[in-house]
Ligand binder design. Structure first.
Ligand code: NAD
Ligand code: WQD
Length: 340
């Protein structure tokens, strides 16, 4: 079985390519390197010990995508490609709608024309918005999102549901990720954000290595055990394995299905700082700063549907996540920078 992985050079995509190859799938990868480097593909090939076709292609390029489907018999697509920075999406909504929504429409048209009607989509816990209480369940209302990035994820979910309603040959697995962190156990691939990181774990790692002076903890007056924000952090390798199970599922089932990928456990910002310090024996200086606009107090999953439908459950704990994040950061202080 052959699977096209869009955005396969990126953070979650690169880990998923490795797990898909290990599970025996043939993969074809397409990425425009907007937020990734060719070096990640080189390292994935080395780690997997396997070759696979790679195309530098934008998902909005219909001819380029069609050419990939002409050259390869693709049975399913895992669709990671897209823009993902919440703050940037507020500044550049048109770019986000064009790339995420427009790109997905083009991809689906090409898939339909090629007769490939199975897609596993990177959605996000952000579609639950700020009103639903945790643990978040798939049947809760979605759409009360607060930024254009989140709205693209919600809109794409709705588009894929409509496609499945209109044609019962389609399968769409809408994977709602919680907070992916960690890196491949080798320390060879990991998250490589541009500029100053927005997300907690890359920020913590860059403070630990001395690139940034101290962490700002955004608020200690939330209604949580220690006052700092609580999230459901999930190891990227577990997330990658969830995609393998989602493709297995998509090959055997029809229709649209939203599925959470989280651990079901919430950790606060202070929990993460402590866990990182203990796992790695390194101090992470921090200060308490004002709340970040748009943040909610608590967000964690009910992961039972993934267990029931996919037979998948996260295996790695918070210490594994902190250790593996640090191994990647300390072995690659500048990420893939300078390595093409
Ligand atoms: P990433 O930026 O590392 O990976 C995305 C990849 O897509 C990059 O390699 C980028 O170059 C590529 N890409 C972007 N636009 C493209 C286009 N038009 N054509 C072809 N390739 C394009 O991000 P990630 O963290 O690996 O996230 C993967 C997916 O998961 C994204 O859709 C993201 O929105 C979603 N997601 C991420 C998180 C998270 O916290 N990392 C959480 C929930 C959902
Ligand atoms: C986690 C916690 C912050 C940085 C975002 C997107 C979401 C999804 C994942 C894609 C919060 C606190 C953070 C810092 C801090 N992405 N924090 N200091 O906001 O839960 O989710 O990434 O779909 O859509 O919104 O993740 O890592 O930014 O924050 O105190 O420097 O850490 O306030 O409580 P978030 P995050």
């Amino acid at each position: 079985m052959s699977v096209l992985i869009t955005g396969g050079a990126g953070y979650i995509g690169s880990h998923t390519v490795i797990e898909m190859l290990a599970a025996g799938y043939d993969v074809v990868v397409a990425d425009n390197f907007y937020n990734s480097k060719p070096e990640s593909i080189r390292r994935v090939k080395t780690l997997a010990g396997k070759e696979f076709p790679f195309y530098q292609c934008d998902i909005r390029d219909k001819d380029g995508l069609s050419e990939i489907f002409r050259k390869h018999r693709i049975d399913a697509v895992i669709h990671f490609a897209g823009l993902k920075a919440v703050g940037e999406s507020v500044e550049k909504p048109l770019e986000y709608y064009d790339c995420n929504v427009g790109g997905t429409l083009t991809l689906c048209e090409v898939m339909r024309d090629a007769g490939c009607k199975r897609i596993v989509f990177s959605s996000s816990a952000t579609v639950y918005g700020s009103f639903n209480p945790s643990p978040l369940k798939e049947d809760m209302q979605t759409g009360a999102v607060t930024n254009p990035y989140g709205r693209t994820k919600y809109m794409i979910e709705e588009i894929l549901k409509d496609i499945c309603r209109s044609d019962n040959e389609w399968t769409a697995v809408l994977l709602r990720y919680f907070n992916p962190i960690g890196a491949h156990i080798s320390g060879q691939i990991g998250e490589d954000p541009n500029g100053i990181p927005n997300n907690l774990m890359p920020y913590v790692s860059q403070v630990a290595i001395g690139k940034l002076q101290q962490l700002s903890i955004y608020g200690d007056d939330y209604d949580t055990a220690d006052g700092t924000g609580v999230r459901d952090y999930i190891h990227v390798a577990d997330l990658a394995l969830g995609h393998v199970k989602a493709v297995d599922y998509a090959l055997k089932n029809k229709g649209a299905e939203a599925i959470n990928l989280g651990t079901g456990t919430g950790y606060s910002v202070l929990d993460i700082v402590k866990a990182f310090e203990e796992a790695n024996g390194i101090k992470v200086p921090y200060k308490i700063a004002p709340r970040r606009s748009g943040d909610i107090a608590t967000c964690f999953s009910d992961p039972s549907k993934a267990k029931r439908l996919l037979g998948w459950q996260a295996q790695r704990n918070i210490d594994d996540m902190c250790r593996d994040s640090w191994r990647w950061q300390s072995q690659n202080p500048s990420g893939y920078d300078g390595l093409g």
